[in-house]
Ligand binder design. Structure first.
Ligand code: SAH
Ligand code: SF4
Length: 390
């Protein structure tokens, strides 16, 4: 037990400062926050209530300053400020596309950078967040897959991307406002850099924070996790997060999928489909999204479209066709528009919704698959420029 009471409401002296400085409140689950508050001297009896109060300030109102948490005793605010911080990753740069898409280059600990993209649509919008720096997988059509440096993001860095976007968009509710109806960040997709199922625990904790009704309060149906097909982890998406699932399918034969999505060599199409057929939340109202990138002459024939609908027969699904987004040195071309429409038509006539994803933010390299830490490239360019040539 802590030693001595220091302030009237029975708070006790913190026993020791956390190693390495202050504890970041962002990214802690409710249980972790409770334990940290007790560790810092909050009486057990009060801890649950304090968690609720702090949680609302941080995640409902977007506050970053303990001093402004007016429903907490002044001394308690001082203690919190001494022991804790409310820190989100810094935005290094922000680019805005001609179509309104915003791309944030975000700095995280260790000097690493990831990208977060906001895609506005009719007064609402989707935030595309990253789960890793780079990606260990090497899908041959994806720019992120060419980045060697990889590290998992922490839950704080994942939920922090949502918070920094809401800061930038001025999307936190004002005092007294409770509604979640007209928010600008209305949906989240885990479709940025990285394979979310290779960083499952951090992604899960971050999404639980985002879904928590007393905070950011985005419903589970407004969150979509996209995986390249990490078969053993797929069911956990339903049982431990409960969000929507999208799968990067992209090919209808193992020979082609092995080339496009190399994880297919570990878990092939049959294994992936078996996991999807067993998916715990599968129903007509909770369909799985099959993502299918349209690569000219590679996977876009009528035969591919017909094979696709045969393969997924019986799985409540929607097929999202993604025109390939080019990046410097990419070894593929985007399928022609007529080809994409013909493909979509076959899929649609087989009974599946087959929307074609409009490329957004291409002019700032913010479209699907174009993300790669730009600063790494910029640094390299500076180095190259600084190298004497004579
Ligand atoms: N790693 C996860 C999520 C991030 S990628 C996954 O692979 O599912 C989000 C989507 O963009 C995936 O379907 C991915 O295959 C697709 N994608 C990657 N590179 C692309 C490109 N250059 N053009 C279009 N889509 C691409
Ligand atoms: Fe990684 Fe997804 Fe890109 Fe494949 S498509 S390299 S899994 S980010």
């Amino acid at each position: 037990m802590p030693d001595a009471p220091i302030i009237p409401d029975a708070l006790t002296l913190p026993r020791r400062l956390p190693e390495g400085g202050k504890v970041n409140i962002v990214g802690l689950t409710r249980d972790q926050l409770r334990a940290a508050l007790v560790e810092a001297g909050t009486p057990e009896m009060q801890a649950k209530m304090r968690v609720g109060q702090i949680w609302q300030w941080v995640y409902h109102r977007g506050l970053r300053d303990f001093a402004a948490m007016t429903n907490l005793a002044k001394e308690y605010r001082t203690l919190l400020a001494a022991r804790f911080e409310i820190a989100v990753p810094a935005v290094v740069s922000r680019q805005v596309s001609a179509d309104g898409t915003r791309k944030y280059l975000v700095r995280i600990a260790g000097g690493h950078e990831v990208e977060t993209v906001y895609i506005p649509e009719d007064g609402r919008g989707t935030l595309c967040i990253s789960s890793q720096v780079g990606c260990t997988l090497t899908c041959s059509f994806c720019h992120t897959g060419t980045q060697r440096l990889v590290r998992n993001l922490t839950a704080a860095e994942i939920v922090g991307q949502v918070m920094l976007a809401r800061d930038d968009l001025d999307d936190w509710p004002r005092a007294g406002q409770g509604g979640t109806g007209d928010r600008l960040v209305s949906n989240i997709v885990l479709m940025g850099m990285g394979e979310p199922l290779y960083n499952f625990e951090a992604v899960r904790d971050a999404m639980r924070i985002v879904m928590d009704g007393e905070g950011i309060a985005l419903g589970r149906r407004r969150i979509t996790l996209s995986t390249s097909g990490v078969v053993p982890e797929i069911a956990r998406c339903a049982t431990e997060i409960g969000c929507q699932l999208a799968v990067s399918f992209h090919a209808t034969t193992d020979a082609v999928r092995d080339r496009l999505v190399p994880i297919n060599r570990k878990w092939n199409i049959a294994a992936l489909l078996a996991a999807l057929r067993d998916y715990p939340r599968l129903s007509n109202s909770e369909r799985i999204t099959f993502e299918y990138v349209m690569l000219k002459g590679v996977n876009d024939s009528d035969a591919d479209a017909r094979r696709l609908v045969r393969l997924i027969a019986g799985i409540p699904a929607k097929i999202n066709l993604i025109p390939f987004n080019e990046w410097p040195g990419a070894p593929y071309e985007r399928s022609d528009w007529e080809r994409i429409e013909a493909f979509a038509d076959i899929v649609y006539k087989a009974g599946y919704a087959s929307p074609i994803r409009t490329p957004r933010g291409e002019d700032i390299m913010a479209a699907c698959g174009q993300l790669k830490s730009a600063s790494e490239k910029a640094r390299r360019a500076v180095r190259t420029a600084a190298t004497p040539t004579a």
